[in-house]
Design a protein around this ligand. Sequence first.
Ligand SMILES: Nc1nc2c(ncn2[C@@H]2O[C@H](COP(=O)(O)OP(=O)(O)O)[C@@H](O)[C@H]2O)c(=O)[nH]1
Ligand SMILES: [Mg+2]
Length: 457
Amino acid sequence: MNPETIYALASAGGRAGIAVIRISGAGTAAALKALGYPKAELEPRRALRTRLVDPVSGDDLDDGLALWFPAPNSFTGEDVGELHVHGGHAVTAGVLEALAAMVGLRMAEPGEFTRRAFENGKLDLTAAEGLADLVDAETQAQRKQALRQLRGELGGLYESWRQRLIAALAHLEANIDFSDEDLPQGIGAAARKELAQLKQDIAAHLADGHRGERLRAGLLIAIIGPPNAGKSSLLNVLARRDAAIVSATAGTTRDVIEVHLDLGGYPVIVADTAGLREAGEDSGDAIEAEGIRRARAKAEDADLRLAVFDGETWPEADAATARLVDDATLVVVNKADLKTPVPPLKVEGQDGSQAGLAISALTGDGIDDLMAAMGERVEALMGVPPSPALTRARHREALEVCRQSLGRFLAMETDAAMPELAAEDLRLAARALGRITGRVDVDDVLDVIFRDFCIGK
Ligand SMILES: Nc1nc2c(ncn2[C@@H]2O[C@H](COP(=O)(O)OP(=O)(O)O)[C@@H](O)[C@H]2O)c(=O)[nH]1
Ligand SMILES: [Mg+2]
C-alpha cells in the first residue's frame, strides 16, 4: 500500500446538497476515527451516521455519513474512506482542513485515485480512460461508449489479441528449440496463419473511419457559402440561440463561431464561417480575407459540410461554394420564404451533382428535414458499432506499430526455423498491444493519461 494517504473532494465544488470527500491509503482508518467515526471497530461497506469533529479544536464540523472500504475491495485497492457531508463551502473546507492537519495525509493530485487503482490492478489503462470519458460525456452516445470502455470491452479485446500473439510466439519458439522432436507437425504454419488472421483483425479494427475518436471529440460540421446566404442565421436556428451575428451587411462574420449540439445523442460541433468571396481584391479588407482563409481551412477539416446557397439568386449557384461541394456535403438553398426555389435543387460539385434541400432560416421551414438529414449522416459517421471502437490516437498509434511489426514478421520466409529477428518483431507487436492496456512498461505515458483527470478522481 502506498505510504502516502491522500484525500480530496470527489464531488464538484460549490453549493450542493451533499459533497463527497474521499480518502485513500494506509492512514485512512486513523483519519476516520480522528474525525469522530462512531464505533471502535470500523464496519466495512456500511454507511454510518457520524458527528464529524475537528480533532484539534474539538469543533463540530458537520453531521454526515462515513463509509469504510478496507483494502483490497475498494476503488483504489487501498483502504478507502468516504465522507458524505453537507455540500456547503464552509463544511467541506472545514473537513478538508482537518484532514490536511493530520500527519501523513496530503491532498490528492489530479487523477491520483484512479492512478492508484491502475497501479493496484483494479483498472487497465483503457478502463481508466473510459472513466475519464464517462465523467466528460455530454451526450448519450458518448456515455454508452465510455461505459463500455470503463467496463473493459476495449481492454479485453486488446488483451485477447495479445494472448493470441504470445501463444503463436510460444509455438514458433518451441518449433526452433525442439525442431523435429515431440512437436506435432505443422505447428509453425498454424502459428503463422493465426498471426496473419490477427493482422487482418487489427486492420479491420483500424479501418473504422475514426468512429470512436469522433464520438469522443464530437463531429465537426462546417457551414459554408457565399456572403449573405444566411449561414449565421442557420447556425442560430440550429443552436436555438443567437450565437452568431446576423446582418444584411456582407462580410459580417469574420472569425469561425462554433456551437456544440446534441444531435440525436451524438455530439456535434457546428462552425459558422465567413462568406466565401474573393475579399482581398473585393473589399480590400485584410481581416475579412483572413476570415475567408479560416473558413476554407474549417471546411477542409470538417467531417461534414453544410453548403448554404442564397435562394434569392437561385438557380444561380455561387461558384466558389459549389467547388467545395462533395459527397460529405449537404446542400441547402435558403430564403425559401422569399422565393420558392425552382426544382430540381442540384449543385454540380466535386463528386458529381448533389441534391439540395429548400429551407428558410427565417421562418424555420425545412429545418426539421435538414436536422433529420444531418442526423442520418452523423449516425453513419459515428454510430456506436457492435464491437468496441478505439477512442484515442494513443490506441491507434500502438495498433499501427503492432500491425507493422506483424507485417514484417509475415513478410519473412521462415518456414523451418525462426530467425531471432522475426521473434523480435513478434515481441514488439505484443509490447505495442500491452502498452495500450498498460500491461508492459508504460511509465512514460502514465503522466500524460492521468493529467487529463481532475482532482478527486
Ligand atoms: N427572408 C429571409 N432572409 C434571410 C433568411 N436567412 C437569412 N436572411 C437574411 O439575410 C441576411 C444575411 O443573413 P446572415 O445570416 O448574416 O448571412 P451570412 O452572411 O451567410 O451569415 C440577413 O439580413 C438575414 O436576416 C431567410 O431564410 N429568409
Ligand atoms: Mg455570417
